[in-house]
Design a protein around this ligand. Structure first.
Ligand code: HEM
Length: 248
């Protein structure tokens, strides 16, 4: 293949990709695929965190954390992929929202009112950008809290268990003995629940399976996931750990 035809091939590919990423359907598909990735992460992360209630003084959760860290390069690939997916989701979400706002014009609110059934779904649907930005702020604070340890004291963040592993159990239980952290996590995770509840409904619509035979089942899957995250991340983890500390 000559250099010229190779170049024009690349340009065409870039052109197709750029047109796709700028089209409404392309943006919606990007939101759907990245949304599925983030949804999966939140669920897996939640299951991992529930090990805090194993009743073994932190053995399971500390071993889980050590196992993740022992993955080294693979963990970094996963972290960077998650960062890329989250970045693409945020940027595309903001672009899509501003494009939709322009397209709807002054009648936008009217359109939205008829689009969502009950007042709660309507409220959540109209505030996806706000909940998304709150979640972004939460993730930054959360990383400074539990990943870099910037927001916890050195002796808590650097404490090791009997096996010399990072004592995640101690770090989380000490943090959640403070009601301010408990309320902050409960509130931020409530935003995650709302965002996800509306996000999954849009996802089925984008993928064109909302009105099909699987529509009602998929709607229930979205709702069930949201309820699960509500029970575990909003109630059980922050308040349960708080009460566990108070009773020990
Ligand atoms: C009550 C709910 C949550 C708790 C108790 C919690 C707890 C934790 C803990 C202990 C870590 C550090 C793990 C380690 O050092 O190995 C962590 C990391 C992390 N969490 Fe959460 N988390 C919660 C909710 C969330 C949510 C809703 C998100 C995303 C929307 C999230 C995103 C992350 C990310 C991105 C990391 C960094 C992972 C890494 O460094 O590899 N977390 N979380």
């Amino acid at each position: 293949m000559s250099a010229q035809s190779q170049n024009s091939g690349t340009n065409t590919l870039m052109g197709v990709l750029s047109r796709f990423m700028n089209s409404s359907i392309g943006m919606k598909l990007i939101m759907a695929v990245t949304g599925i990735g983030l949804w999966g992460f939140v669920l897996i992360h939640m299951l991992g965190n529930l090990q805090i209630f194993a009743g073994d003084g932190g053995e399971a959760i500390n071993a889980y954390g050590a196992m993740l860290k022992s993955m080294g390069g693979v963990l970094w690939v996963a972290r960077l992929s998650l960062l890329g997916i989250a970045g693409l989701h945020i940027v595309t979400g903001i672009r899509l929202a501003s494009r939709n706002k322009k397209a709807r014009g002054p009648k936008g609110y009217q359109t939205l009112r008829t689009q969502y059934g009950n007042p709660l779904s309507r409220f959540v649907g109209q505030n996806m950008k706000v909940s998304g930005l709150i979640i972004l702020a939460f993730i930054i604070i959360h990383l400074l809290h539990f990943t870099t340890g910037t927001l916890v004291s050195d002796d808590i963040f650097h404490s090791a268990d009997a096996q010399g592993r990072h004592n995640i159990f101690n770090m989380v239980t000490q943090s959640f003995s403070n009601i301010v952290w408990v309320l902050f996590y409960a509130f931020a995770n409530l935003m995650v629940v709302g965002h996800l509840m509306h996000g999954t409904q849009s996802l089925w619509q984008t993928l064109g399976i909302k009105s099909g035979k699987w529509g009602p089942t998929l709607e229930k899957v979205g709702l069930a996931t949201a309820v699960l995250i509500l029970l575990c991340n909003v109630i059980l983890l922050p308040f349960g750990v708080f009460l566990m500390g108070a009773n020990s």
